[in-house]
Design a protein around this ligand. Sequence first.
Ligand SMILES: Cc1ncc(C[n+]2csc(CCOP(=O)(O)OP(=O)(O)O)c2C)c(N)n1
Ligand code: SF4
Ligand SMILES: [Mg+2]
Length: 335
Amino acid sequence: MAEAFANSTQILEPFRGVKKVTIEEYFTSGHRTCQGCESALVMKLMVKAAGPRTIVLGATGCMYVANTTYYTTPWVVPWMHTQLGSSGSAALGTAAGLKALMKKGKMKSEPINVIAFCGDGGGADMGLGAISATLTHKEYNSLILMYDNESYANTDIQLSGSTPYGANTTFSPPGKVRRLIHTRWKKNTAAMLAAGHTECRYVGTVCASYAVEMMNKVRKALSIGGPTFIHSLDPCPKGWDYDPMLSHELGELAVECGVFPLYEVEDGVVRHYGKTKAIVEGRPRKPVREYLLKQGRFAHFTEEDLEYFQAKVDQMWNEWEIPGVIPFKKAPAGK
Ligand SMILES: Cc1ncc(C[n+]2csc(CCOP(=O)(O)OP(=O)(O)O)c2C)c(N)n1
Ligand code: SF4
Ligand SMILES: [Mg+2]
């Protein structure tokens, strides 16, 4: 009987610079995403980082619908659709199935990457329970990647638990009587999952504007063993209402303004990355207005709204135990 591939021990070395990235593509032409769609870039980089021995499972959302128009697909690796809230179940079931087949000798025993992706609606809201369950099963290797375009984009930009404060969505259009309809602060999904799943060895945040770093986090998540989670912030020209040529810049600004910190939690150790690391070490953050005012979804913001948003981000950096990661307040000095 073939020996079961017990827990991932494959070695996926980090790409040391953009020139070392492999040229093979496993997400190619044939999709119908909007011009400037960062989530499509995330799919391309994610599977490029994983390589050909990969199965991708995709929850309903733009990255399902726009990627599987009748008779076309950009996926070169095996791909399967799963229900909107099921990325966790799909990852766990597929990883368990592969392990059982290998154990019974019905498949060659080898590392096969299992990646399930979901949007913020499918991951931060509807499928949170299934993702949570998967992250407790340390015997099965998988990666769940949540591409966060900050709305239920595929059904025409409804607000999700990941939509930023005050944003204009089809569920929260600014009105004459009430300017701000959406007044809840965005969920901190990656930190919530990292803090509550003590045996999950890897949780990271990424942004495709920092492509090599993003791919290396995917490679680490796929080779560390057990279930892992990555949260990707993806500018969406349609939902955020900006010129598609600004996608890359908006991703950078989200990080530089401190709105979306880049970090990983590996075996309980937090590491900050890139511009986030520089900010943690003292580099000033850019004002959030530079990020917000480039997007039509915040065009109705007044000075007061911008100040409130800035104050909330400042609070995260000044008061949280770990900026952008652990939302417990620092104890006052001397106590
Ligand atoms: C159970 C269920 N409810 C509602 C829908 C309709 N629906 C399809 S895609 C989608 C939006 C999903 O949003 P998100 O997960 O953020 O992905 P995005 O569309 O933004 O890529 C919705 C509500 C569905 N497919 N299944
Ligand atoms: S609506 Fe946004 S996430 Fe969906 S395909 Fe268009 S740009 Fe991409
Ligand atoms: Mg979404």
